[in-house]
Design a protein around this ligand. Structure first.
Ligand SMILES: [Zn+2]
Length: 479
């Protein structure tokens, strides 16, 4: 009875709020008879009523009395499963001169249940502008957290700032924080002393630095220096090798003379000289220091199979801009890759797949990221591939789900807003036809997506996708 009245008062509040709410959203959305998935405990609470009011979850109760009213939308979600909105924690949604314009890429995320993305580098000004428009409701898209331009010791362009000296590194951190970056993104050619200067300045400025591991820095050093996330498992296999230092020198020398065959040979040697004790102490250190891993298995797989014509055959290519589609062929993507290199890449990928399960067991934290729209990675869809690969690697479906829901919220220090279906959290949710804890592929069976309390039904999502398909057919690279 108490619950009955609680819910009644929730609905009453929703009714009174309706008068002042903007037209853009239903002021209250009520999901009835829904099965709520608790991603942290891996359990399901069945037949609940969930009320989302003014963009936030305002009530969850066992029974509910719902007054139909103006601006109250009631969705009968009987038999369906509610999970927190998904986050893709490694994307590039605004590269310069990209055919992936905002009317293509952002609807693809939403249609796939992705209500938040971490953009790991692109046109900074454009990204900030889009982030603001999305939050104001002027552009339909997922929440964006964004890096400043890439920091790398390579020629500058619209999305890369060349940093060669420690001073340049520090100045870049200060400037990008001031200009509104959510974090600092580094790439692999940063010199050692510059890397540590960036780490130090990031700590002083209170901004996270993330990204690739520089070739001259070890995983253990990066973890101690406070790098918050390491992408693509870069440097991890090397760090587990009993010949780490020797192989690092080989790799650096190979890179300096652009000898990619020698570079991949060093990768294979790292696999052969894998040292379980060294690996165990490294994983313990990563866990202790909270150094998150974003393995982007789906990207590693794509990079290892650029020469495979089957790769694009399996993709929903109709959503890929025509100009990009034409480029996703082995002839173009793999033209500089030798058969030896290709075979080495495949072996490293297979080894990395085993590695993530061992790392997770040792307590290392993971985030799901796709690195789309890199070759063969269709935005939105590729995150579901990543979840499947995590399960293939040995994660349970719940652990894979965590990597795309609660863990991103924790990583972003926004667990009070995102990542779980609880009262007070943002109304960013995905309604599924089947239980994702039983089979991770069920995250693809999307019945509806809720973004800030706005309900997008299956019909709405299909309309979005049809528009994307038409736009992809016409899209040419901008500028
Ligand atoms: Zn990337």
């Amino acid at each position: 009875m108490k619950l009955f009245f609680t819910l009644l008062s929730i609905v009453a509040c929703a009714l009174s709020a309706a008068a002042v709410s903007p037209d853009r959203f239903d002021s209250a959305l009520v999901l009835t008879f829904v099965n709520v998935v608790d991603v942290r405990s891996g359990t399901v609470d069945r037949n609940l009523t969930v009320v989302i009011k003014d963009g936030r979850i305002s009530g969850i109760a066992k029974v509910g009395f719902i007054h139909p009213g103006r601006k109250i939308r009631v969705v009968n979600a009987a038999g369906k499963y509610l999970i927190p909105g998904l986050w893709d924690m490694h994307v590039h949604s605004a590269f310069l001169q990209s055919a992936w314009n905002e009317n293509i890429i952002y609807p693809l995320y939403l249609a796939n249940g992705i209500t938040g993305i971490r953009d790991m580098g692109g046109d900074f000004a454009l990204l900030k502008q889009r982030r603001d428009r999305i939050e104001k409701g002027q552009l339909l898209g997922p929440h964006l957290v964004i890096a400043g331009p890439f920091l790398n010791d390579s020629p500058a362009d619209q999305q890369t700032l060349q940093v060669h000296t420690p001073d340049q590194g520090r100045q870049a951190v200060v400037a990008f924080k001031q200009q509104g970056a959510d974090f600092i993104k580094i790439l692999s050619s940063i010199p050692r002393d510059t890397y540590f200067a960036i780490a130090d300045e990031s700590r002083k400025q209170g901004i996270a630095f993330v990204g690739h591991l520089p070739d001259s820095v070890s995983v253990s050093e990066a973890s101690k220096a406070g790098q918050r996330s390491i992408e693509h498992l870069s440097g991890v296999l090397l760090a587990c090798s009993s010949k780490e230092e020797e192989l690092r020198r080989h790799r650096q020398a190979a890179l300096a003379r652009k000898d990619f065959a020698a570079f991949s040979a060093a990768g294979l040697e790292a696999i052969r000289s894998y040292n379980p004790d060294k690996a165990a102490s490294l994983f313990a250190e990563l866990s202790r220091n909270n150094t998150w891993q974003v393995p982007t298995l789906v990207w590693l797989r794509a990079q290892a199979n650029l020469d495979d014509p089957q790769m694009s055959a399996a993709l929903p290519l109709k959503y890929v801009p025509a100009a990009v589609r034409a480029e996703w062929t082995p002839q173009l993507l793999a033209k500089d890759i030798s058969p030896d290199q290709s075979s080495a890449l495949k072996k490293v990928y297979a080894r990395n797949l085993q590695l993530v399960a061992d790392m997770r067991k040792a307590g290392v934290s993971f985030l799901a990221g796709s690195d789309g729209p890199d070759p063969y990675l269709v935005p939105g869809f590729s995150l579901h591939d990543e979840l499947e690969l995590l399960v293939q690697a040995g994660f349970t479906p719940q652990q894979a789900l965590l990597a795309a829901t609660y863990n991103p919220a924790l990583f972003l220090m926004k667990a009070d807003q995102y990542g779980s279906v609880e009262v007070g959290r943002r109304g960013d949710l995905v309604l599924l036809e089947a239980n994702p804890l039983e089979d991770i592929r069920n995250t693809r069976k999307i019945a509806g997506v809720i973004l800030g309390g706005q309900y997008l039904s299956r019909t709405d999502l299909d309309k979005l996708l049809a528009k994307v398909e038409a736009a992809a057919q016409a899209a040419a690279p901008a500028r």
